[in-house]
Design a protein around this ligand. Sequence first.
Ligand code: NAP
Length: 350
Amino acid sequence: MSFSPSDTFPYVQLGRSGLVVYALGLGTMQFGWSVDERGAFEVLDAYDEVGGNLIDTADVYSAWSANEGGPPNAGGVSEEIIGRWLAARGNRDRMIIATKVRAAMGESFSDHRGTRYQREGLGRRWIMRACEDSLRRLGVDHIDLYQVHWIDPLVPIAETLGALTDLVRQGKVRYLGCSNFTAWRLMEALWVSDRRQLESFVSVQPEYHLLDPVRSFVELELGPMCVEHGIGMIPYSPLAAGVLTGKYRRDEPQPASVRAELNADRLSDRNWDIVETLLAVAADDGLTPAQAAINWQRSKPWVSAPLVGANRPEQLADSLGALEHRLSTEAIARLDEASDFPRSRPSQEI
Ligand SMILES: NC(=O)c1ccc[n+]([C@@H]2O[C@H](COP(=O)([O-])OP(=O)(O)OC[C@H]3O[C@@H](n4cnc5c(N)ncnc54)[C@H](OP(=O)(O)O)[C@@H]3O)[C@@H](O)[C@H]2O)c1
């Protein structure tokens, strides 16, 4: 039996795993960056109130905020805030905590021979240590979904999967996922797990939205592969970091936001055309632009649960409204057409 979302039961099965997650996951990259702890608690409470259970974080969130003149920050802040919130609310058992390993966490260190070790990567040594650190920061005894943040070309995938499998068998991790993997990398990982009787990835977390310049990679390769092999997809940045919410307009000043500067690259003529189609489609169907962007994504068979970010409960409420509205087939077709990408060859498969 598999769960598909409905208006009254907005939960989905993550691929063919036994994890049943809310149809909209909450991203927490903003916590400790553009949202302080109090604001983060408000967003988390609002998500909990509607029955949301999928909280996505990473060990490194959001270390880069230290580069903007703030105090030294080696990451871990988002996990710590979530940990304090779980303890304050006593709701850990209801929540599915998804975190990640791979990024550099602070300075590298040396042993007595002067050999440098990096606090990063997907080697056994760092994975075992990083998992302990995440458990401590989150204040939990297990992580529900432990994801590798992106590939580590220096480490054989068999070593990574071996270390992750040990964590599952030690009871520190329940399920494994990956992020930013191409279809062939994920396929190779599934193959290695199968051949060596190791635990397998059950989910993948790619970037995916209407403005994504490599959307074709999800739609032609990764997505169909996930459907075929029962891998859940929890795509990130469904609102293109805010550009698809209606507050970015062609020829108007950009909104005041830490994301606006980072979004400058997204503001091409092609993308403005897509944004304007989104605004028109949303207005015709009675949805907000954010809800239309999320529901366009949810119309794709490979998407399990988009991961949205929010700085305030009102932003989250807007995104959550997507679960209560439908986008017409015609609207989805208009968005597909406006954001279509060049297809190099016709194929029966695609
Ligand atoms: N695996 C990876 O490599 C990776 C990479 C990136 C993200 N992620 C995950 O995905 C999550 C979501 O990513 P994201 O933050 O880029 O997602 P997003 O949902 O595309 O963008 C969220 C941002 O859009 C703005 N926004 C949201 N709702 C709004 C509304 N109703 N009206 C106006 N503005 C609104 C807010 O930024 P402003 O208010 O500042 O404009 C908010 O922080 C992250 O938290 C993280 O968990 C993973």
